[in-house]
Design a protein around this ligand. Structure first.
Ligand code: 5AD
Ligand code: SF4
Length: 471
């Protein structure tokens, strides 16, 4: 009987994509996806350590999985991702029912680790690889099913050399390395041939792509020097690719070529996730972000000059060591001035091994919580304003599937006769919920809609015929 696997994924889009790569590797090794964890013989946990809470979740998960492991003969349990990269062998010592741990550069070893585990071998494979080999992964297996047809992630670089003082990523993902452009373009063509219309380029500092090769005047393994902007131009020319996105950029690497790409490429979506972190120059310096608040605002301006309808979203940290009330007010002021469409705000969480973890001036938890709530309240208002300003306009969504939360209406009874609620993403990366109506709307399709209502988290759309011109 074919062995079945399940993967639990925590953390960022890099992790989500690593789980896709793992699933594909396992398909090539002859395993198939299980419908649930209960039916799986192999369970992998792809972990995140960006904040303490995420890391602790793994420990409680692993404790609870003792009964899963004991539930059937021959079950195999593996842990990967950022926590495994740092904790590797110590996880095996602490959790005797864990079969193996694999680091962020060792995805390709997982099928052989599964076979070894079946023979009773427990092992940890971590440690950094500086080789481009990690980008050599097999093509999509025919049995591999994408969670969202029509859309795919595409790795263009990995690792991070920025060493922001709060961030664990340079320690878990290793040094910055760009994937050869020829390999990126070839994967993009294969994806397009399989019906993918939207590509999201991934990298920890995605727009730093190629910079080490360019600076050294060395053609990357691609055999051609390419900036990130030039790469976008080539991807946009691939027939079938209608939308391009990228995440996450660093504000430092918006060069002329990238700004020009935003001005000139209709395929490049008018949305940039641009992490600000703080609006205080004093804190930005302590964070080692390498820009001032004014410089950040300048980049936002230049992006909007290139693409006037551009939507900006951001990441923010409150309660960084030494952050005063005045520093925090500076953050509120920059958030207001830039007018982000959305923001992910976090309370600072000290990460062992980072520079900031040794800094004085811890902000009391209650104060950090208050700042978080004030920031979130400000952003909620900005998000709702941005959504409201779009009501009455048309957009095109990439259909993802059923809405997360069906919209309850007073006339809903048992739900069986309720109209089917679907969700999609518009070019600005906003979620749009809509009723499927009688027509057949398949996930992955690009569907024009009229926006009829704004909510704090999403927009509501209606098909153009039903919401069309007033009668
Ligand atoms: N504490 C809180 N937030 C953090 N982030 C990264 N490291 C930390 C930390 N130690 C946030 C940053 C980053 C996002 C992915 O997570 O805002 O952009
Ligand atoms: Fe972390 Fe800074 Fe690198 Fe982003 S740029 S991954 S915040 S160190």
């Amino acid at each position: 009987m074919t062995a079945r696997f399940h993967i639990r994924t925590y953390g960022c889009q890099m992790n989500v994509h690593d789980s896709e790569k793992l699933a594909n590797l396992l398909h090539h090794a002859g395993l198939r996806a299980a419908d649930s964890e209960a039916q799986a013989e192999l369970l992998l946990i792809n972990t995140c350590s960006i904040r303490e809470k995420a890391e602790h979740r793994l420990y409680s998960d692993l404790g609870a999985l003792r009964s899963w492991k004991a539930g059937a003969e021959g079950r195999v349990l593996g842990v990967g991702g950022c926590v495994a990269e740092q904790q590797g062998a110590s996880l095996l010592r602490r959790f005797p029912h864990l079969d193996f741990a694999f680091g962020t550069h060792n995805l390709r070893l997982v099928p052989s680790m599964v076979s070894a585990a079946r023979q009773g071998v427990r092992q940890a494979q971590t440690g950094e690889s500086h080789s481009l080999e990690r980008f050599d992964l097999p093509q999509r297996h025919p049995a591999f099913e994408s969670r969202t047809p029509g859309r795919a992630f595409l790795t263009v670089m990995e690792g991070c050399d920025m060493f922001c003082s709060f961030c664990i990523v340079p320690l878990t993902r290793g040094r910055e390395i760009s994937r050869p452009a020829a390999s990126i373009l070839s994967e993009a063509r294969q994806l397009a041939a399989r019906g993918v219309v939207e590509l999201t380029l991934l990298g920890q500092t995605v727009n730093a792509f190629g910079r080490h090769d360019l600076r050294r005047g060395r053609a990357g393994a691609a055999g051609a020097l390419k900036s990130f902007g030039a790469l976008l131009g080539e991807l946009a020319r691939i027939p079938g690719i209608e939308r391009l996105r990228y995440t996450s950029p660093h504000p430092l690497f918006f060069d002329e070529a990238l700004l020009r790409a935003h001005a000139e490429l209709p395929e490049l979506c008018p949305h940039v996730h641009l992490p600000l972190q703080s609006g205080s120059d004093r804190i930005l310096e302590k964070m080692r972000r390498r820009y001032s608040a004014r410089e950040f605002i300048g980049i936002a301006r230049r992006l909007r000059a290139a693409r006037p309808d551009l939507a900006l979203t951001t990441d923010l940290i409150v309660g960084f060591p030494g952050e005063t009330r005045a520093d925090f007010e500076d953050t509120l002021a920059v958030v207001r001035e830039v007018g982000f469409v959305d923001a992910y705000a976090f309370k600072y969480s000290p990460r062992p091994g980072t520079k900031a973890a040794t800094m004085d001036g811890a902000v009391p938890p209650d104060e950090a919580q208050q700042r978080l709530e004030a920031l979130q309240a400000l952003q909620r208002g900005l998000t709702l304003d941005a959504h409201r300003s779009r009501v009455g306009t048309e957009t095109v969504v990439l259909v993802e599937g059923p809405s997360a939360r069906p919209r309850a209406t007073a006339s809903d009874d048992a739900g069986a006769s309720a109209p089917r609620q679907l969700r999609g993403r518009d070019p600005y990366h906003r979620i749009v919920n809509f009723e499927a109506g009688a027509g057949c709307v398949r996930p992955g399709a690009l569907l024009p809609l009229r926006l009829v209502e704004a909510t704090p988290h999403s927009l509501i759309g209606a098909s153009l015929d039903s919401a069309g011109a007033p009668t």
